[in-house]
Design a protein around this ligand. Structure first.
Ligand SMILES: Nc1ncnc2c1ncn2[C@@H]1O[C@H](COP(=O)(O)OP(=O)(O)OP(=O)(O)O)[C@@H](O)[C@H]1O
Ligand SMILES: [Mg+2]
Length: 188
């Protein structure tokens, strides 16, 4: 497969994301580690977010399939995955880029994702956090669906001072709180 990287299309706290020339693919590269801020985090082993993401992606329930990139592969430390596109061939925008979304189907399916993640106890606290971990995929001119593009099971390791996150009930509360803010911010 041709793997010439072209422009950078996004960046988060952990990774930079590049387009692949002539393919509907993106490549996620780990950023160089900064000095760890929190003393407790310094004691923990360094995470390989790409490897964790790949494992989590493979373990997700089949009921989420239509909301996931159809392709994901790991090569050394690099993650390669489908670049989400709309029905007309345009690249789908992140929720953050899109802004408020007025589309009943999108919100019904987003509620469904939140329900499944809660039932299955997959606590991806970041998924509804900033609007840049979900894209708005237009499957027709007036039907949109959410597609998840960032799979991190953030938990006690990421928030070592939030000891309450050792408890299932507290994880659920945090997840629902973040989902609530996401709806308030982006649902038109
Ligand atoms: N499959 C994809 N298709 C299109 N754009 C993508 C895809 N994956 C990532 N991106 C873009 O790259 C950005 C960074 O990717 P990603 O969210 O995986 O990095 P991160 O460092 O883990 O983020 P965070 O800051 O949420 O921890 C995304 O916000 C999005 O703009
Ligand atoms: Mg992200």
């Amino acid at each position: 497969m041709n793997m010439e990287l072209s422009e950078k299309i996004g960046e988060g706290h952990h990774r930079e994301c590049f387009a692949v020339d002539g393919e509907n693919l993106i490549v996620k590269k780990l950023k160089r580690k900064k000095q760890r801020s929190c003393f407790l985090k310094k004691l923990l082993p360094v995470r390989n977010v790409n490897a964790e993401e790949f494992q989590l992606y493979k373990s997700l329930p089949g009921s989420l399939k239509e909301y996931l990139p159809s392709y994901m592969e790991m090569k050394d430390d690099i993650l390669i995955m489908e670049r989400i596109t709309d029905y007309d061939g345009n690249f789908s925008k992140t929720v953050l880029e899109y802004g408020r979304i007025e589309n009943d189907n999108f919100w019904e399916e987003t509620e469904r994702i939140a329900r499944i993640l809660t039932e299955e106890k997959v606590w991806m606290f970041d998924i509804f956090h900033h609007g840049n971990n979900i894209v708005v995929k237009k499957i027709s001119e007036d039907t949109f669906i959410p597609v998840l593009i960032d799979f991190k099971r953030v938990g006690w390791r990421a928030y070592p001072l939030q000891l309450n996150l050792l408890f299932e009930k507290e994880k659920r509360k945090k997840f629902r709180r973040r989902f609530g803010s996401f709806l308030k911010r982006y649902r038109a």
